[in-house]
Write a new protein. Sequence first.
Length: 305
Amino acid sequence: MAGAVDLSALKSRAEANARAAAQPAAGGDGGAAPASGAVIDVTEADFQAEVVEKSLQVPVIVDLWATWCGPCKQLSPVLERLAQEAGGAWVLAKIDVDANPRIAQLFQVQSVPMVIAIAGGQPVDAFSGALPEPQIRQWIDELLNALRDQLPGIRAAEQGGAAEPVEEPEDPRFTAAEDALERGDYAAAEDAYQKILDSEPNNEQAKAALSQVRFTARAEQADPAAIERADAAPDDIDAQLAAADAELAIGRVKEGFDRLIGSVKRTSGDERDRVRRHLVEMFEVFPEGDERVSAARRALASALF
């Protein structure tokens, strides 16, 4: 599952939710976790801070559960005990999928329990169902061995110390853009990133951030009904672009890419270039090496030439 989902897309949405109304922490039979740094309950409002940001130091193992799920009641206590034993080498984040449907949608959850390991802000491995404890221990050990040299907090926790935070010099231009994003001011964030690119056209961080902001702004307004409208009007470019945004917003990535590649094949001139640019901007939302993007790039090249 490495690179399967771009978790940064949830940031502005989560913080907007927090401003509107803080959700109660997840809980319920078999799901309530003890208050501990090793085991935490997570909601949409604090997903960015508790999962994405913590995963830059140690792996965060996400336990997606539901109160009505019998196997969840078997699996969750095992994961909690192992997290406590690990002494901070990894963190268990428990998420009630019924109380946090957008996170469930982000991970395209079809059944629970589902366990996903997050490292460096991206999913790296996963399993479904209530596995036996020895098998879970082996899975976690292999995960830690694979990530020990990449995440500083693992070795620090194993040695009994706290990980030294990795501090990077702050760029005030990026800070201004991020502040605008946190306020939900997509236009200001887009303008700030564009100014960086105006002076540094090859700044890859700004390029990726600009694409992310543009797509997130569109995704917030995405209408699932746009898909049906576009299917009924294949030559309507505006409808095709809106439908592709709606498909990516609900996790139908390949369908969204295929839709625009089909539009490239049917169009020419300025219309074709408009669709191509929209599709390429969508590619930038995903991490480098995403197989779906690689396949779509090949298909786009074939459609163009």
